[in-house]
Write a protein that binds this ligand. Structure first.
Ligand code: PGA
Length: 242
C-alpha cells in the first residue's frame, strides 16, 4: 500500500497559499503511477478553499485538525465531525499534543475519535511521549496510557500517529530503532494491522529513511509541509523509495 503523507498546517497560511498549494500538490500527485496517500489538513476556515482548488477526481485528500465529540449543540467555536465530512474531509487529526496541552483528556480523545468514525471520517489519533518521559525511559508507559483507551473504539478504521512531543518542531528525531520500537509497541497494543505513522521534524531529508522502516505506514508533517517545493520533495522521496 502507498504510504500516507499528512500535511498538518496548524495555524499557518492564508487563502491564496492554501489554494495554490492544493492545486500544485494535486497536480504533482496526478503525474505519479502510484502516489502516496496525501492529505492536507489546513486551518479549518480554509477547508472549503482547498476543496475549491481541487478537481472532482483529486488525488489530494482533505483532513481537519480536530473535531468535537458531540454531533452538534451549544459548543461555541467547535466543529462537528459530520460538518467536516459534509465539507469533503476524509480524515481528521485527533488528540494532537498541541491540543492535549490545552487540556484535552484521553477520554475526550477517544470520544472525538468515535465521533469521527461515526461520521465516516478516518481519525488520525496522535500519541507520543514527553521529553521527561523519554529521558526517564518511560516512553512505553506514557504510550500505553494513550493507546489502551483506544481499544474501546467501535471500529479499527483509524490511523495512529506516533509523535514524540519533544520531536515536534524541534529538528530532533528519535533514532531509527527507537521509532521502529515505538511503532511495534503501538501495534502490539492495538493490533498488528493498525497503520502507525511517524510525526515530529519530518522533512525531505529524512522522510525516505523513516518511511523505509517496515513498521512505519506514513508521516504526519508540520513545518516541512507548508512549502509546495518541500512537500513535493517529500512526495518524490517516498515514491522512489525501495
Ligand atoms: P513538525 O510537526 O513536522 O513541524 O515537527 C509535526 C506535527 O506536529 O504534527
Amino acid at each position: 500500500m502507498p504510504p500516507y503523507l499528512i500535511a498538518n498546517w496548524k495555524m499557518h497560511g492564508d487563502r491564496a497559499r492554501v489554494s495554490a498549494w492544493a492545486y500544485a500538490v494535486n497536480a504533482a500527485l496526478a503525474q505519479l503511477p502510484s502516489p502516496p496517500r496525501t492529505v492536507l489538513c489546513p486551518p479549518q476556515p480554509y477547508l472549503a478553499t482547498a476543496r475549491a482548488a481541487l478537481p472532482h477526481n483529486a488525488q489530494l485528500m482533505l483532513g481537519a485538525q480536530q473535531c468535537h465529540h458531540e454531533k452538534s449543540g451549544a459548543f461555541t467555536g467547535e466543529v462537528g465531525a459530520g460538518m467536516l465530512a459534509d465539507l469533503g474531509c476524509r480524515y481528521v487529526l485527533v488528540g494532537h499534543s498541541e491540543r492535549r496541552a490545552q487540556g484535552m483528556s484521553d477520554a475526550q480523545v477517544v470520544a472525538s475519535a468515535e465521533a469521527a468514525l461515526q461520521a465516516g471520517l478516518v481519525p488520525v489519533i496522535c500519541v507520543g511521549e514527553s521529553r521527561a518521559a523519554y529521558e526517564a525511559g518511560q516512553t512505553t508507559q506514557m504510550l500505553d496510557a494513550q493507546l489502551v483507551p483506544l481499544r474501546a473504539l467501535s471500529s479499527t478504521q483509524y490511523l495512529v500517529a506516533y509523535e514524540p512531543i519533544w520531536a515536534i518542531g524541534s529538528s530532533k528525531t528519535p533514532q531509527m530503532q527507537e521509532i521502529a520500537a515505538a511503532h511495534r509497541h503501538s501495534k502490539s497494543v492495538l493490533g498488528s494491522a493498525t497503520p502507525v505513522l511517524y510525526g515530529g521534524s519530518v522533512n525531505a531529508g529524512n522522510v525516505g529513511e523513516i518511511l523505509g522502516l517496515a513498521e512505519v505506514a506514513g508521516a504526519l508533517i508540520g513545518g516541512a509541509s507548508l512549502e509546495i517545493q518541500s512537500m513535493c520533495a517529500m512526495i518524490a522521496a517516498v515514491t522512489t523509495r525501495g
